[in-house]
Design a protein around this ligand. Structure first.
Ligand SMILES: Nc1ncnc2c1ncn2[C@@H]1O[C@H](COP(=O)(O)OP(=O)(O)OP(=O)(O)O)[C@@H](O)[C@H]1O
Ligand SMILES: [Mg+2]
Length: 456
């Protein structure tokens, strides 16, 4: 397959020239401004980006920076006028592959440089592939995710794992941030060094401070002996700060200082110690919103969100639900020594229709409970969503006894069956079932009560 090159330039002649020059060796996409470039970049996996420095709507260097935030190993070149060379040189230090001055004088030389850039991209990808393969044999957490949304997040994780940059994992509760942090550790060159994890929301400020910084003997009441903190214990490894948004303002500024000069002191000591850990942070509240609300330091935000990865909620990756369910079914069947499965079609439908507000964790618990209570064999929607069980029992009893000849009975039967299906579709959530039905809420509850789906 030909490599893909994105050319961003507002000058038509440059676009035509590059398109002609590269058409034989690459698939070329052309953008005339920043907005178009962003769109193309988001939709495709480019091997190289050739960027004009002066675009009508954005500075080319800033745009490349933005692209690299989501793909740190992106290979890119800047095309610049003589007047702007100084900025371009600075950009090369930031990780730009090269810059070319316009108008291009030597097209052969230009082609050669582009060839080198593509080689570099190939090498990056090969290393990523090798690392991924190496780690499938190593002790690595199992991460299920075939959907496009998850593939994107995993791609970012894989790329960033090998670098020493700080990573911010954002996502709703239960989307797999913890798991992602462990994966980053397992895929990083620091994998055989410590991985330490602390939940910033779960501890009082003073305790969290002594846990992170460590303390000397007698530093405070109860400090009977000196203790190294996580900054020290995570030496050469990864430190994972979960629920970072909950960190107190005081600790936020202490952490910022540590990140600025990679050194710190234990509580009760003046001895500077070196902090060689890579930081991974997670939050289930969008951190930028916390910054805007004045609850999180902006400078700290930019320190820790060098690369930020969003773990998509399950409703944005419906394609992952069944594979995840199958994975958990396997796991818990083995754990509880039972032969459970497969899922019946109704179970699959119920799984796919459920809203999973609690994301993967809720799905995991749902399967765990079903397997734990199961005698073995196929798993039906009723095993997964027991709220509907009562409903079906009532319905079965009735259909056996009644000869549904009268219109009234037939309508009642329909309504019961309809409500039952609705409940299954809503994953047992009555309010959600009401919403799906479009029946006014009060009326809906009356009907649910009538057929014994909810208690009085
Ligand atoms: N893609 C996945 N493949 C397999 N298991 C997963 C996946 N995502 C999450 N899990 C599992 O789901 C559970 C919840 O995930 P995790 O604890 O990582 O979520 P979280 O985003 O950290 O949640 P919280 O914000 O509540 O801390 C864990 O048991 C985890 O192993
Ligand atoms: Mg977590």
């Amino acid at each position: 397959m030909l490599p893909k090159i994105l050319v961003v330039d507002d000058d038509r002649h440059t676009r035509i020239l590059l398109d002609r020059l590269l058409a034989k060796t690459a698939t070329v996409s052309l953008a005339t401004d920043g907005a178009e470039a962003r769109q193309l970049f988001a939709a495709d996996d480019f091997n190289l980006v050739l960027m004009d420095q002066r675009l009508p709507d954005v500075n080319g260097i800033a745009l490349l920076r933005e692209f690299r935030a989501s793909r740190p190993q992106l290979v890119s070149m800047l095309m610049t006028g003589f007047a702007d060379v100084r900025d371009a040189v600075a950009a090369v230090r930031e990780g730009l592959f090269d810059y070319q001055t316009k108008p291009f004088e030597d097209l052969e030389a230009l082609e050669a440089v582009i060839g080198k850039a593509l080689e570099l991209d190939r090498a990056y990808r090969e290393i990523d592939g090798l690392r991924a393969r190496l780690l499938t044999v190593a002790d690595q957490p199992v991460v299920i995710g075939q959907s496009a949304a998850m593939a994107r997040a995993l791609g970012q994780i894989r790329q960033v794992a090998g670098l020493d940059t700080t990573v911010l994992l954002e996502g709703e509760s239960g989307t797999g941030k913890d798991l992602a942090a462990k994966l980053i550790h397992a895929l990083s060159p620091r994998a055989d060094k410590p991985f330490l994890e602390v939940n910033c929301g779960g501890l009082p400020e003073s305790l969290l401070e002594s846990l992170l910084f460590g303390y000397e003997k007698g530093a405070f009441t109860g400090a009977g002996q000196a203790n190294a903190g996580y900054f020290e214990k995570a030496h050469e490894g990864n430190l994972f700060l979960d629920e970072i948004a909950d960190m107190s303002p005081k600790l936020q500024s202490s952490l910022l200082r540590v990140l600025q000069d990679h050194s710190f002191t234990r509580i009760g000591s003046t001895q500077q110690r070196k902090a060689d850990f890579r930081l991974i942070c997670a939050t289930n509240r969008p951190l930028l919103a916390e910054v805007k609300a004045g609850r999180f330091r902006e400078d700290l935000y930019y320190r820790i969100a060098v690369v930020s990865v969003r773990m998509p909620p399950l409703r944005e990756r419906a394609g992952d639900i069944v594979p995840l369910a199958a994975h958990f079914l396997d796991h818990y069947s083995a754990k509880f020594a039972k032969v459970c499965g497969p899922f019946t079609p109704a179970a699959v439908q119920g799984l796919e229709n459920c809203r999973w507000e609690g994301n993967v964790r809720q799905l995991q618990h749902c399967i765990e409970r079903a397997v734990a209570l199961h005698v073995g064999g196929a798993i039906d929607s009723l095993h997964l969503f027991p709220a509907c069980e009562q409903a079906v029992r009532t319905q079965l009893a009735d259909t056996v006894s009644a000869a549904l000849l009268r219109y009234q009975d037939a309508r009642a039967d329909f309504e019961r069956e309809y409500l039952r299906r609705l409940l299954v579709a809503a994953g047992g959530n009555v309010s959600e079932a009401a919403r799906l039905s479009g029946i006014p809420r009060q009326n809906f509850y009356v009907r649910m009560k009538r057929w014994g789906f909810v208690a009085d």
